[in-house]
Design a protein around this ligand. Structure first.
Ligand code: SAH
Length: 382
């Protein structure tokens, strides 16, 4: 395994990674200890599954564009809680190809005499570049986020970019002239290709548009979802709920084994993508609901629906007591809890364990090497 002798030179200013000064094996030990401290009282914590190559795993890479005081165009990340851009040409955790494309774009700006956006005055052209790469299929999407809709010599610009990087499959211009910290604006113009990419994960296809949420570590996601499915051990007569379902990934993968799947997600764009993903995989036994997971589960509990397995993947804040109360009322045989925050997970496991469920398995997965974040899959059963 390739080891870096020194921590990342911009780690402090960037703030994205917190553990770069630890060799990878030590990072895993540190995360295992954290998990045992937080979750050990519920049962045995299986050994954290590390990633074979913990560098350059991020399939989604984003760079802000700006100028130095001397007038040189730079790209990189915003120094935490400031407007200053820290120049980054290659990052330890970002996809290397994406980083090279960003450097090419920076060089092309000069030859095409295109300006960069100034977020103090709201003038100028290129604001951010967002790149998403589907590791399963190799497709690459480049999103040029611009302050103005006008894009001088855009056809030649795309041609020049494609000549350097023929592996790019689609290029999108996204216009964002708002004073906002959000990267993407509402207007989009497809300059080349389909305007989205398709990835393949555990045998299923997923369409990824510029705004769609998609897990950032491909290999890690395969491991995580694989464990979640193994724990759920779904059989053909099972009705499964996939709560906090995002673009439908977990429910879609589960639908291959289940009688039917009910997915619930609050974000309407994600639900739209999830429906497209189900069609892409020709699935008929999965339904999607755009709703607050707690309200949806309350209604399901009132109706006394027959649910065999609940898979839940809430955001960092965890779930709600009302949601968990409804789960307990629905009384599925198994609950598979996928968590990106062991602290809220511990709080929620306490509720389940006091209300008829027992923690059977705790499996940490290192989805985000070099950062302090830990993903965990837990199996609870009656
Ligand atoms: N399971 C998906 C997404 C997990 S991220 C995946 O693996 O890709 C958590 C998701 O919960 C996000 O998509 C977010 O929009 C959704 N969410 C947040 N609060 C919610 C709520 N109250 N009800 C339903 N979904 C919610």
């Amino acid at each position: 395994m390739k080891e870096y002798k020194f921590p990342c030179p911009v780690a402090k200013k960037c703030g994205g990674c917190q553990l770069t000064n630890m060799p990878y094996e030590q990072q895993l030990k540190y995360k295992q200890t954290t998990e045992i401290k937080l979750l050990g009282s519920f049962g045995h914590v299986d050994e954290i599954i590390g990633i074979e190559s913990p560098f350059h795993y991020r399939n989604k890479v984003q760079a802000a564009f700006g100028k130095t005081k001397g007038g040189m165009i730079i790209s990189g990340v915003y120094q935490s809680s400031t407007h200053n851009i820290v120049k980054v040409d290659s990052c330890l955790i970002e996809d290397e190809k994406a980083d090279r494309i960003i450097v090419t774009i920076r060089e092309l700006l000069k030859s095409f005499k295109l300006t960069v956006y100034n977020d103090r005055t709201g003038t100028g052209f290129l604001r951010h570049v967002l790149i998403k790469r589907a590791f399963g299929t190799g497709e690459i999407m480049v999103v040029l986020v611009t302050g103005t809709a006008e894009f001088k010599s855009k056809n030649n610009f795309c041609k020049a970019l494609l000549k350097e990087h023929p592996e790019i499959t689609t290029i999108v211009q996204n216009i964002n002239n708002n004073f906002t910290s959000l990267v993407l604006g509402d207007r989009q113009i497809v300059l080349y290709g389909d305007g989205y990419i398709v990835d393949e994960l555990l045998g299923y296809k997923f369409r990824i548009s510029p705004k769609a949420f998609y897990q950032v570590n491909y290999k890690g996601t395969e491991i995580l979802y694989g464990k979640a499915l193994e724990f759920a051990d779904i059989s053909e007569n099972d009705v499964v709920i996939d709560a906090y379902s995002g673009v439908g990934t977990i429910g879609i993968i589960a639908s291959g084994k289940a009688k039917s799947v009910i997915s619930v997600e609050l974000n309407k764009d994600a639900v739209k993508d999830a429906k497209i993903n189900a069609d892409l995989n020709k699935l008929k036994n999965i339904r999607f609901f755009c709703a607050d997971a707690t309200e949806f589960l309350l209604a399901a509990a009132e109706e006394n629906e027959k649910i065999d397995v609940v898979m839940m993947d809430p955001p960092r804040a965890g779930s709600t007591v009302a949601f968990m109360k409804s789960v307990c009322k629905l009384s599925p045989k198994k609950v598979v809890y996928i968590s990106c925050n062991p602290e809220t997970l511990a709080r929620d496991l306490l509720y389940f364990s006091r209300n008829g469920y027992k923690v059977k398995k705790i499996q940490p997965v290192d989805m985000f090497p070099h950062t302090k974040h830990i993903e965990t899959v837990v199996l609870l059963s009656k």
